[in-house]
Design a protein around this ligand. Structure first.
Ligand code: G6P
Length: 390
């Protein structure tokens, strides 16, 4: 192979060795890459936290030698991403504002790059991208560098990608190559990296050592909790039969579970081609309730948090209109299975890490619906893994 520059003159380029084992390009015992990648999550979440947290602290220097200097100046975080990575950014906004008390805005790159924006003082520009090659995200980053942000941080899964090369600070996710077009392990490792980043930022903004230790402990529990969810695979496959002949579905969540609902709906539409919409549960009464009838399955994520009672009254609104509910709930949340309410019991998890754990059953649900429908799970129609053109 020879490489030429623009003028056609042959040039030398350094050889970079592909370091992921050959098993990452092999489905192994799994029927699809997507299923294999869902099952890899306990391992890759662990790999993403490794070297970045101790038993009770975040190792700030592991985020880059300049991280401490930079983070103490940050006054505002502007997150930019597309698709699934955008949903990771939406979850991170809840964490950043709650734990660090730092204002955070999140926007899809294709919107951000084509509008005028007001840049607040000491804004950190944070791009999230699995591939590091998404055209809109890169264009937004290049604009931001001209516009005078404090610094650019990338959360990315591909070493040496354009995003990594062009950012000041980088936190690599350790998901390994993701082959399935529908993103799964890239998302949960992005969330893991974002939570670690949030704790580092929060430390400069009044987070107590006790609270940091409590959340770091919860991060350590993630691989085991995701394993517990994976053990529900057969039950979720059974549940998925109810979606096979449906044309529409609604996903509900509140607080940091709203982006989880968005991601669940995105997975279902990407691979099963069933129309799926996600709403913050409190918005139900402002429109989508009109759509609810027995033909509209309603999927809900219900960890046992401060919003669960409010969520339960939203579920009653659905039941009263004859909607069939599929609830992924902490058993302590008190959601009872009865006629028209199917409950999948999930492990009890810390409120902060719950979005990571509650994502996994929704991935499995979409996967099984798609398998039943016989779609091309790993390469859904009309979609591409990496969108490098506008
Ligand atoms: C495509 C993929 C999605 C992905 C999005 C953003 O649409 O199909 O799975 O979330 O691009 O990609 P990125 O590599 O920037 O995370």
């Amino acid at each position: 192979m020879t490489i030429h520059d623009r003028e056609g003159t042959p040039v030398e380029r350094k050889i970079i060795r592909f370091e992921h084992g050959s098993d990452s390009a092999d489905k192994g015992e799994y029927r699809h890459f997507m299923l294999k990648e869902i099952y890899e999550q306990p391992r890759v979440i662990k790999a993403t936290m490794e070297g970045r947290i101790t038993d009770n602290r975040v190792l700030e220097q592991a985020l880059g030698t300049d991280a401490a200097n930079l983070l103490q100046d940050v006054n505002h975080v502007q997150i930019i991403a597309c698709g699934t990575s955008y949903h990771a950014g939406m979850v991170a906004r809840y964490w950043i504002e709650e734990l660090a008390g730092v204002a955070c805005s999140v926007e899809v790159a294709s919107e951000f790059r084509y509008r005028k924006h007001v840049i607040q003082r000491d804004t950190l520009f944070l791009c999230i991208s699995q591939s590091g090659e998404t055209a809109d995200t890169l264009a937004a980053l290049r604009q931001a560098k001209q516009a005078g942000f404090r610094a650019a941080l990338a959360i990315c899964n591909v070493p040496g990608s354009s995003l990594v090369r062009e950012s000041d600070l980088v936190i690599m996710t350790q998901a390994g190559p993701e082959i399935g077009v529908a993103s799964t392990k890239a998302f949960t490792t992005q969330l893991t990296a974002l939570l670690i980043f949030t704790l580092a930022l929060a430390r400069h903004n009044g987070l107590t050592e006790e609270r940091e230790a409590e959340i770091v402990k919860a991060i350590h529990q993630l691989p085991g909790q995701v394993d517990q969810v994976l053990a529900l695979d057969a039950d979720i496959a059974e549940m998925s039969k109810a979606f096979m002949d449906k044309n529409h579905s609604l996903f509900l969540g509140r607080g940091s579970q709203f982006p989880v609902a968005l991601e669940g709906a995105l997975k279902l539409k990407e691979i099963s081609y069933i129309h799926a919409e996600a709403y913050p549960a409190g918005e139900l009464k402002h429109g989508p309730l009109a759509l609810v009838d027995s033909e509209m399955p309603v999927v809900t994520v219900a960890p046992n948090n401060t919003l669960v009672e409010k969520l339960k009254s939203n579920l009653e609104e659905v039941r009263a209109r004859g909607g069939e509910l599929f609830v992924f709930a902490d058993s302590a949340a008190g959601v009872k299975a009865e006629e028209g309410i199917h409950v999948m019991p999930l492990p009890s998890v810390h409120e902060i890490t719950a979005p990571i754990v509650y994502t996994v059953p929704l991935q499995l649900l979409s996967y099984h619906v798609a398998v039943l429908k016989g779609t091309d799970v790993d390469q859904p129609r009309n979609l591409a893994k990496s969108v490098t053109v506008e």
